[in-house]
Design a protein around this ligand. Structure first.
Ligand SMILES: Cc1cc2nc3c(=O)[nH]c(=O)nc-3n(C[C@H](O)[C@H](O)[C@H](O)COP(=O)(O)OP(=O)(O)OC[C@H]3O[C@@H](n4cnc5c(N)ncnc54)[C@H](O)[C@@H]3O)c2cc1C
Length: 362
């Protein structure tokens, strides 16, 4: 019997497994493909904030950026490359946004600037994605298996009639959801990035149309595309690597002139985004049971999440979009404090917000 079973071994599953094993819990980590084979295996894993004027996503990414940089540096310094990041505006609207960002931010601004457009430069980092997930998952028991069923019986979760655990955390990314709850909807956005060899030396990270890493031994990473039309579980046509490569190189050329390019590796995967772009962390509402409760007003502007019925000892961590490596250490801390000491999770992160919106429309 395990204390906690985590389903999905991407950066979210690996981070929560790390937090819980560090707290002395016996953790089972399950993934159908292996560690970091979903979106997390494809990520360039740039750690950066969101360079926008305002908003909840900007705020949480600002907090998570500082938290995660410190977390990676303290616990896995060998898997974090610290480097200046030059973020360049894409268009005139972006020029104005970056000007406001620079006036408001409390991050230290560096002198590095782009010659062409408005830009901002800060100290940031890049994580070595797959080894990072492996290092985080090291203290959990890992089993490669595709989970098909989850049953709660006598206070215990039984997984595929084989494993049992007191708690379950779902960290399954943009893949088919294990629990059939109609209000949980995730947007899978396909992404492609490449490693290239080039004789051009790039000394720092550049973000504009795409992200370009600093050169290391003549190699740099370019990522990533945002393809909403292709999905590995539903598309009829195979994915066109050639089209993805062309798009990446054309977009990179807007920021830097790269010479003698040789593509040496492709990485592909799905990002998992929520429909309001904010991550989803916490307990899952039992929609059928909650809808039966005649004492709840589902048409209110201020829903009382505490009145809802929830799956017992079951939580999720998902919906990180294109910022999984920035968000995961912070979200895992929030979720582990909820699981271990019942510390409340902000309603803006709670999956209950999607139940409230869905129930209101019924
Ligand atoms: C090309 C690309 C570039 C990116 N670049 C960056 C970047 O620079 N910086 C950044 O912060 N983020 C980046 N991202 C986003 C980041 O990778 C994602 O936000 C992150 O990987 C999401 O992690 P996850 O753990 O939620 O999901 P995933 O990594 O997709 O993991 C989910 C796992 O669950 C497993 N699973 C699903 N269902 C089951 C089941 N029934 N049984 C067993 N296992 C199951 C899957 O096999 C998968 O391994 C990028 C993404 C892509 C695709």
């Amino acid at each position: 019997m395990y204390d906690i079973a985590v389903i999905g071994a991407g950066i979210n599953g690996s981070c929560i497994a790390y937090e819980l094993t560090q707290a002395g819990k016996k953790v089972l980590l399950l993934d159908s493909e292996g560690i970091a084979h979903g979106g997390s295996g494809a990520a360039g894993a740039f750690i950066s904030p969101k360079f926008s004027k305002s908003g909840e996503l900007k705020d949480i990414l600002h907090t998570a950026f500082s938290y995660s940089m410190a977390f990676y540096e303290k616990n896995f310094p060998q898997l974090l490359t610290k480097s200046p990041l030059l973020h360049i505006a894409k268009n005139e609207e972006d020029d104005a946004t970056l000007k406001i960002y620079k006036e408001k931010t409390d991050l230290e601004l560096l002198a590095l600037t782009a010659p062409t457009r408005e830009s901002v430069s800060i100290n940031a980092g890049i994580v070595n994605a797959k080894p990072m997930c492996e290092a985080l998952a090291k203290f959990a028991t890992f089993k490669k298996t595709k989970v098909e069923s989850l049953e709660y019986s006598d206070g215990v979760w039984v997984i595929d009639e084989i494993y049992s655990a007191k708690e379950v955390v779902l960290a399954t990314g943009a893949y088919r959801q294990l629990l059939n709850e109609p209000y949980i909807k995730l947007r899978g956005v396909w992404g492609h990035r490449i490693d290239i060899k080039t004789t051009t030396n790039n000394p720092h990270s550049i973000h504009q149309e795409v992200s370009i890493s600093p050169s290391k031994d003549g190699v740099l990473a370019i990522g990533a595309t945002h393809n909403v039309h292709y999905h590995p579980e539903s598309s009829q046509e195979p994915y066109s690597f050639e089209a993805g490569r062309v798009e990446l190189l054309q977009k990179a050329a807007k920021s830097i002139h790269l010479e003698d390019i040789e593509i040496i590796k492709d990485y592909i995967g799905l990002r998992s985004g929520s429909f309001d772009y904010m991550p989803m962390v916490g307990s899952l509402v039992l929609s059928h049971e909650t809808l039966q409760n005649k004492n709840i007003n589902f048409h209110t502007k201020k829903p009382d999440y505490s009145a809802y019925s929830y799956y017992p000892n079951l939580t999720m961590i998902n919906g990180s979009g294109g910022y999984g490596f920035v968000l995961a250490p912070y979200l895992a801390k929030v979720l582990s404090e909820y699981i271990l000491s019942a510390k409340e999770i902000s309603p803006r992160l709670s999956p209950s917000r999607f139940f409230a919106r869905w129930a209101k429309k019924l």
